[in-house]
Design a protein around this ligand. Sequence first.
Ligand SMILES: Nc1nc2c(c(=O)[nH]1)N[C@H]1C(S)=C(S)[C@@H](COP(=O)(O)OP(=O)(O)OC[C@H]3O[C@@H](n4cnc5c(N)ncnc54)[C@H](O)[C@@H]3O)O[C@H]1N2
Ligand code: MOO
Length: 392
Amino acid sequence: MAWSEARTAARECGRAVGPVPGVRVAVADAAGAALDAELAALAAVPPFDAAAMDGFAVAGPGPWTLSGRLLAGAAPAPSPLAPGQAVEIATGARVPPGTAAVLPYEDAEHGSEKVHGEIAAGRHIRRAGQDVARGASVLPAGSVVTPAVLGLAASLGHDTIAVRRPRVAVLVTGDEIAASGVPGGGRVRDAIGPMLPGLAAWAGAAADPVVRLGDDRAALVAGLQAALDGAGADVVAVCGSSSRGPADHLRAALAEIGAAVLVDGVACRPGHPQMLARARRPGADDAVVVGLPGNPYAAVGAALTLLVPALCALAGRPEPGPPGPERLPVAGEVPVHPDDTRLVAVSVRRGRAVPVGHDRPGALLGAALADGVAVIPPGWTGPDAELLRLPG
Ligand SMILES: Nc1nc2c(c(=O)[nH]1)N[C@H]1C(S)=C(S)[C@@H](COP(=O)(O)OP(=O)(O)OC[C@H]3O[C@@H](n4cnc5c(N)ncnc54)[C@H](O)[C@@H]3O)O[C@H]1N2
Ligand code: MOO
């Protein structure tokens, strides 16, 4: 299947199966997820009329007679401010009714009893609701909960918010794969397991702890079933075993659990042995299975092609990166293939995509140096290419 068709298939599959049900979480735990419902203002912003400067709240024309002091968080002023009166006030304190303006210290001449200065009506008072009215809908469902959204939700009065966050089970296969230690003697370190939680979080999902399996068909079937049972994972990412060698069991395991294969091989380099399937979950919506190639940079390419679009569609949120396709001129030599799309690790320098090298299928140095992946379609003649951002 062509690379762009595969991405479309992943999005469509995520959309057909999703959106995942919303869950209510503490605001502090919502980072990176997608809003399940519009975010409404439980309180106005600002929530009350408050001083915007440290100085004096004054009423009527000056000079003013000074009495008392109002600090932020203090009880409301006992009585309205009468014309000719002033009260010393801190930024953020409620202004008393009757206040004409706040006169900052630096614009005031004052002793212990009298305050002199020029005011303009309403100056340096933040009015209740001037930024957000109570009850207003400020963000639509599907918005990504960024750090600013977390702060906004808190300022609107939310302790919890309902979010959609797909859950991803990660199965890393291979008899030769080691979870720790220095590789050698036929053993390689698992380089995909450590990448996937961050990639999943970037796409608004949460990865379960990595499960490592040998090259064994029965173990893979059991691993898939365990991930899907109990309405478990929304997505299962299977790493390795997507090719057609004697130890590559994903195809057979998918057939055994009755999954419908939607993508089996993508015309891209690296990453052509990648798979997308839809699997039944007892008592829940279907789940998505993504087969990532064992070569780690090929797994990155497949994650950008199938996993990230499927996860974002399942969450009903936009894909990470700028809205709409980002296209940049490519600086330097890139390999062009007659039939396959090339995924080339690039850094972005002065508005151009510069290949960083070191991006053979088995090596992650290029991806580690890169800001993104330039998508070089078959027969490309340049100069611009689509850029897929990598998580920073
Ligand atoms: N006859 C063919 N053989 C292969 C083809 C092909 O088209 N015809 N495609 C090659 C390509 S391209 C890739 S990519 C691999 C993908 O194979 P698998 O997904 O089945 O993965 P493995 O065979 O298990 O591993 C490939 C390679 O990657 C290493 N590996 C595996 N998992 C990890 C991991 N978690 N961390 C680091 N490295 C890993 C593994 O040791 C192998 O060296 O198939 C080619 N063969
Ligand atoms: O295309 Mo494989 O996926 O080169 O590494």
